[in-house]
Design a protein around this ligand. Structure first.
Ligand SMILES: [Zn+2]
Length: 195
């Protein structure tokens, strides 16, 4: 943008800030959120500088703000899918109903069922270290297993930080229908969770 003046450049930052982080009308709230708004503004400014360095000055603050918000939306959608999987499959002492989850998430009951699958169930297990209730054991077969990592290692045992290194011998099925890999050492734990 060869005809851009420094004033235009400055004004664009102010306009986008006013849209993304409007100043709260309540003076106390404005004070309380000042730090958070300042941090968010700073992160966006740094991303803008980085984008201009990588893609040239035509990749401006407005495009960075749009990319930022799309990323936030994608991240929120992903977390909603994971929380729905958690509520349906892992929640103790009993799962939430499709109706209560749907009402909270703005989805129909069938929309809740469609919102997650084996990938989400396994991601929740990885993040929380929990395993869903079990239903069925078969011999391990990489072709019937649900997640990529279950093809080569025991995913029923271990944790994110310390994956199980034993040879996977069984394909175990959880209540959601996802098939996990399981070793001899972790099979007793799986069987215990069936009863
Ligand atoms: Zn194991």
């Amino acid at each position: 943008m060869t005809d851009e003046t420094p004033e235009m450049f400055q004004a664009r930052y102010e306009d986008i800030s006013a849209i993304r982080w409007p100043r709260p009308a309540d003076p106390q709230e404005e004070l309380d959120t000042l730090n958070a708004r300042h941090l968010a503004w700073n992160a966006w400014y740094k991303k803008t500088v980085k984008a201009a360095r990588e893609h040239g000055p035509q990749h401006d603050a407005l495009l960075v703000a749009l990319e930022d918000l799309v990323e936030i939306k994608r991240d929120a959608d992903e977390k909603i899918r994971l929380l729905l999987a958690y509520g349906r499959i892992f929640h103790q002492p009993r799962p939430h109903t499709l109706e209560s989850l749907g009402a909270a998430a703005g989805l129909s009951p069938s929309g809740v069922s469609r919102a997650f699958g084996a990938e989400e169930v396994m991601a929740v297990a990885e993040l929380t270290g929990k395993r869903p209730p079990a239903v069925d054991v078969q011999r391990h077969d990489p072709n019937v297993i649900s997640g990529q990592s279950s093809k080569s290692r025991c995913t029923w045992g271990g944790s994110r930080a310390e994956p199980c290194t034993e040879t996977p011998k069984y394909a175990v099925t959880d209540k959601s229908g996802a098939k996990w890999a399981c070793c001899d050492k972790h099979l007793p734990g799986y069987l215990r969770s069936r009863v």
